[in-house]
Write a protein of this length. Sequence first.
Length: 201
Amino acid sequence: MGNIRSTSLTLTALTVVDFQEHQPYVVRAPNHLLASPLVATNPDLNIQIHSVTGDPRPLEEYLTSFPLAVVALDPFTHESSWILNTARRVLSVFRGADVRVAYLVAGTDAEGAQQFLGPLTEETLALVDPDRSLIKSLEISNLPAFIVLKQDGSILEAAENWDPAAWRRVGEKLANLTSWSRPEFPAEGDPAPYVGTPSLG
């Protein structure tokens, strides 16, 4: 299976003491270098993906008509809850494009995903990866992550953690693929950049 590699980036590791309305409240931000680049692997298309409203289906069925763009989240972490407003904004931009957009909630069942996302499931498709099989197959290290799969199952681009520059690259490649406008990164109301949490919990 093929790999896609993004360039190394310098991020700021944030010290967080509280959160409000999915936004981190930062009191100090010591600088650290994160030297490890993201390496994501083309996934196994036979992996069963659940939705909050339907039966499990193999991943390849979500790719029959359009590419698939997901924001992958861990419902048990603040780091994924902080990005919900941004994820909603980004996915909403592409909702009218020739791409299937979705939240991918890892490590829980449909009920847990529904509780985590709340009314967001009424706007956008919500997929569930209960045993994190898709996350494992993609070899994503941290969540949240923004991932685009082409119809053949290969990765167009992917970004992990909340790194606006990396997410911008994903958005630009998806916009070029679909001939659509791209979202802004960062936008007003987005949290400051931060490191996510281990994708396998």
